[in-house]
Write a protein that binds this ligand. Structure first.
Ligand SMILES: C[S@@+](CC[C@H](N)C(=O)[O-])C[C@H]1O[C@@H](n2cnc3c(N)ncnc32)[C@H](O)[C@@H]1O
Length: 234
């Protein structure tokens, strides 16, 4: 597929999520294998006392699926929820209504100034929308800079394999999972969105970029085929 102009691509991503925001929550469990396990693994890996008032940022909050799990486990945390799509963020606003310590920021990652001295940055299924490898590396440096010493970054998202056979296996598994839940047209649509809007990194590149960004410890704490929770401590 020919490369799309970055501004056009961002427009597509925002437009697509705006249209899908009300059905997103019901749909995503049929599109992403083990989505809920992946979120549980991400939240379970956060190494702070559950009563601590940790300062947290969730990047690409969407309807708030990861953020609500962070808030459930760390009720005293302060949570900044960032997303560029108003409809998605509105769903999260509704979900969090009545809870203290939540802020919402409608902002594109490319224009985002992260607040300093955070304890934790989390993200799920969102940083794939950073277009180039360099965009990801730059953003990981920004994330590392905003964390206090010992702060943690947890990113739950899919990765590519460097091996063609393994990559083909990932795609077969993913297609089969979706076909168990969706019809052919819906599966084709999901693949088309994936090819148009997502840029997955190779896992080994990603781990290297995190180290280069300034994280002292980097690991993968959960993985199931293409789904992987990356974990990094400053
Ligand atoms: C697939 S959803 C993931 C939502 C949620 N984290 C989850 O796990 O269900 C991706 C979200 O990232 C947001 N997003 C994508 N690119 C973005 C960007 N450049 N800046 C800010 N938000 C972005 C979209 O608006 C969307 O809500």
């Amino acid at each position: 597929m020919p490369e799309m102009d970055p501004a056009k691509r961002m427009f597509h991503i925002r437009d697509d999520f705006a249209k899908r925001s009300s059905s997103y929550e019901a749909d995503i469990v049929n599109i992403v294998p083990n989505y809920l396990y992946m979120l549980e693994a991400a939240v379970g890996s956060i190494p702070f006392d559950v009563s601590a008032a940790i300062k947290t940022v969730d990047l690409g909050t969407g309807t708030g699926s990861l953020a609500i799990r962070v808030k459930d486990r760390f009720p005293n945390c302060h949570l900044l929820c960032v997303d560029m799509t108003e409809g998605m963020l509105n769903m999260a606003r509704e979900r969090f209504s009545g809870l203290d310590g939540i802020e919402f920021l409608q902002k594109d990652f490319y224009e985002l100034a992260l607040p300093p001295e955070r304890d934790l940055v989390v993200s799920s299924l969102a940083l794939r929308h950073l277009i180039t490898d360099d965009d990801k590396r730059t953003f990981y440096r920004k994330i590392c800079e905003c964390l206090r010493p010992e702060g943690v970054f947890v990113n739950a998202d899919a990765v590519l394999s460097a091996d063609d056979d393994i990559e083909a296996l990932y795609e077969r598994k993913w297609r089969k999972f979706m076909l168990d839940n969706l019809n052919e047209k819906e599966v084709d649509d999901a693949f088309e969105r994936y090819r148009r809007e997502d840029s997955l990194p190779y896992l080994h590149d990603e781990l290297k970029w995190l180290s280069e960004a300034g994280f002292s410890k980097v690991d993968v704490i959960w993985k199931d085929h293409m789904g992987a929770v990356r974990w990094a401590r400053k």
